[in-house]
Design a protein around this ligand. Structure first.
Ligand SMILES: NC(=O)c1ccc[n+]([C@@H]2O[C@H](COP(=O)([O-])OP(=O)(O)OC[C@H]3O[C@@H](n4cnc5c(N)ncnc54)[C@H](O)[C@@H]3O)[C@@H](O)[C@H]2O)c1
Length: 351
């Protein structure tokens, strides 16, 4: 039988959960909705969903098995704790909380109640990310040493609650959290250093653009960038490995891999090449016959596996994919990003 889900917060993302779970995940049934505003409640009623008059009403409904929280970020913690104490399993939207200590409070209650707690880090199922993850795990171009992961737009000031500190607004906690979660999911090493640069170009209270350089114990450096004021985009991914380079240009996953055709070719003749910028040994392009171009790998990218996994865990058939301990590492990186910004220097960490 399908697990019964209630959605708390029925705005943009709450509606997305309803539409996608209803259409695509047989294991979970969206039963009802609670929102503090009347308009989303009317929408929910028109969709044939049960509308609850309060959060307590949701939590008192014995049929509800899972609560998905899709409110602004600052409400996640209290709703999650209350729901678990009422015996519900909880999925929180990202960012799970605003600081790592709040997640630790949630995790203590999850332990105390034995309830499932997970975070909707849906971008672990994005095709562009899974392509890069596969290139690295297959070692198609050897070991990585430098990775750039960025999303760039030019739509300016952040809207609504995303523009306010009290709500946990800003781009580090918004898109940044996805890119940081992907990073920690992919790089199997400790974070040792964080150097963050946050900008408030059009949104005075919070960061609307940021870049952060992250160093891992295994020698990998990783740039994460989120921009809302960028008018000429760079590739979504640029990945430097010892034997080649991979680029994913965009969410449509255009891109390529260029690798050395033969490792022996790395021993390069010490000749000067005359380019339009003058003579150079190191910066001249490599003759094409010494490299080979590969297509990006095919990957299976199915977001529904997020909810299928939750249902399987509740049925005792699987291990949780998005674990709170993983989200805690992400939140500790976020804490250090804000600390680096406040202190205007890099921060040594052990995360
Ligand atoms: N995973 C993703 O890809 C993704 C994408 C967008 C948003 N989100 C996350 O989803 C959450 C909601 O974002 P959104 O864009 O849908 O915002 P939104 O403003 O469109 O919707 C939020 C809704 O929550 C309601 N609400 C506010 N306080 C409430 C409370 N205490 N109890 C019940 N309802 C309450 C509001 O009335 C509103 O309808 C945020 O945490 C955001 O970061 C995740």
């Amino acid at each position: 039988m399908a697990h019964k889900l209630a959605i708390v917060g029925f705005g943009g993302m709450g509606t997305w959960h309803y539409e996608n779970v209803s259409k695509r995940v047989d294991e979970v049934e969206v039963k009802g909705v609670y929102d503090v505003r009347q308009e989303p409640m009317d929408t929910a009623a028109s969709l044939g969903l049960k509308t609850y008059g309060s959060l307590d009403a949701v939590l008192n409904d014995p049929e509800i098995d899972i609560v998905t929280i899709a409110t602004p970020n600052n409400f996640h913690k209290d709703i999650a704790i209350k729901a678990m104490r009422a015996g519900k399993n909880v999925i929180s939207e990202k960012p799970v909380t605003i600081v790592s200590s709040e997640l630790e409070e949630i995790m203590a209650v999850a332990k105390e109640t034995g309830k499932l707690f997970s975070v909707h880090q849906n971008r672990r199922w994005d095709k562009d990310y899974l392509i890069i993850k596969k290139i690295l795990s297959d070692k198609t171009i050897g070991e990585p040493y430098y990775i750039e992961s960025r999303v760039q737009g030019s739509r300016g000031p952040l809207h609504g609650w995303r523009g306010y500190k009290v709500n946990g607004g800003g781009m580090v906690l918004d898109w940044g959290i996805h890119l940081l979660d992907q990073m920690l999911d992919m790089i199997d090493s400790k974070v040792v250093d964080i150097d963050a640069h946050l900008f408030s170009i059009h949104t005075p209270e919070v960061d609307d653009n940021f870049k952060t350089m992250i160093k891992f114990e295994n020698g990998v450096s990783y740039l994460v960038e989120v921009a809302t004021n960028c008018f000429i985009n760079q590739p979504r991914w640029h990945v430097c490995c010892k034997e080649g380079t991979a680029v994913v240009e965009n969410w449509d996953c255009d891109g390529k891999i260029v690798k050395l055709a033969n490792n022996d070719e790395l021993a390069w003749e010490d000749v000067i090449v005359y380019t339009s910028a003058g003579p150079t040994r190191t910066m001249a392009p490599r003759p094409e016959e010494t490299t080979e171009q590969l297509e990006l790998p095919e990957v299976e990218a199915d977001w529904t596996n997020f909810y299928r996994n939750i249902a399987a865990v509740l049925d005792g058939k699987a291990e949780l994919i998005v674990k709170p301990e993983q989200c805690l590492r992400v939140m500790k990186v976020v804490d250090a990003i804000f600390e680096s910004h406040e202190k205007s220097h890099s921060i040594s960490v052990n995360i």
